[in-house]
Design a protein around this ligand. Structure first.
Ligand SMILES: *[C@@H]1O[C@H](CO)[C@@H](O)[C@H](O)[C@H]1NC(C)=O
Ligand SMILES: *[C@@H]1O[C@H](CO)[C@@H](O)[C@H](O)[C@H]1NC(C)=O
Length: 249
């Protein structure tokens, strides 16, 4: 399925969003997005996977663009919510202006790893080490809905909530296109298990099992040069006990 849509936030409607019809158990989820430009303080634009039902210990894999005042770079926040635990934020200053043109945002999610890509660059990786490391977190609920949205995040998104959305600049419009669920395993009566059979579900095997050397180098370079916040290094917040997965980057 291919689609293209524009969404805008307008006053008195706190946001707009879309969702997939199906739920998924693995895949390489792909979206092309262009986020609103100009003074977008408080405006949050998202593309994410969220397990069903959405409360009580759900999993979530998030791309969230946090708008900013004109002339200041937008932050791309990625977050992983696992069993309802939401504290895994990372912030990136991208090497391009995501409001100037469409770019690719992808989520690879299979039994081996979770990788978030910006264009073809991995910006976030979580390996599935649950079998080897007791207590290791990995989103494993086989019922992910795909969602996208734009909404008023004035209470937190920009300068810790100090820079509010300026409605005199509305509407704020985000464009989404190239959404393609051919590369994802829909959960239903007739589908095979979504985590195996790499012969049928190509994103479950081969080069999708681990980063290549080139991808690893690109990922390292993003971590070195573009990451402006990483919960894994926030010792103060976690009182020196950073979460378990941080030891396996
Ligand atoms: C992660 O690995 C465990 C252990 O091998 C497996 O049971 C689980 O299904 C995997 N998660 C996903 C999402 O495939
Ligand atoms: C990233 O930084 C580490 C530590 O400073 C360094 O050893 C490594 O070569 C850097 N990698 C890249 C790809 O920039």
């Amino acid at each position: 399925m291919i689609m293209m849509m524009m969404m805008a936030v307008v006053r008195d409607r706190a946001g707009a969003g879309f969702r997939s019809k199906s739920i998924y158990g693995s895949g390489l989820f792909h979206m092309r997005m262009k986020i609103p430009s100009g003074n977008t303080a408080g405006v949050v634009t998202t593309f994410y996977l969220i397990s069903q039902p959405e409360n009580g210990g759900h999993d979530e894999i998030d791309f969230e663009f946090l708008g900013d005042k004109a002339g200041r770079p937008v932050t791309l926040q990625t977050n992983l919510i696992i069993d309802g635990q939401s504290y895994r934020e990372q912030w990136l200053r991208l090497w391009f202006d995501p409001a100037a043109a469409f770019h690719d945002y992808k989520i690879l999610w299979n039994a081996y790893q979770l990788v978030m890509f910006v264009d073809d660059t991995p910006v976030r990786v979580l390996r599935n080490l649950t079998a080897a490391v007791p207590g290791y977190p990995f989103p494993s609920k086989p019922a992910m809905l795909i969602r996208g949205s734009i909404w008023d995040g004035s209470s937190w998104a920009t300068d810790g909530g100090r820079a509010k959305l300026d409605w005199s600049r509305a509407p704020f419009t985000a464009a989404f296109r190239g959404f393609d669920v051919d590369a994802a395993c829909a959960v239903g009566n007739v589908t095979p298990p979504c985590y195996d059979d790499p012969a049928a579900l190509w994103w479950n095997g081969g080069e999708y099992e681990a980063l290549s050397d080139a991808q690893r180098a690109a990922y390292e370079s993003v971590r070195n040069n573009s990451m402006v916040y990483d919960y894994c290094t926030d010792e103060l917040r976690f009182n020196s006990h950073v979460p378990l997965e941080c030891s396996y980057v």
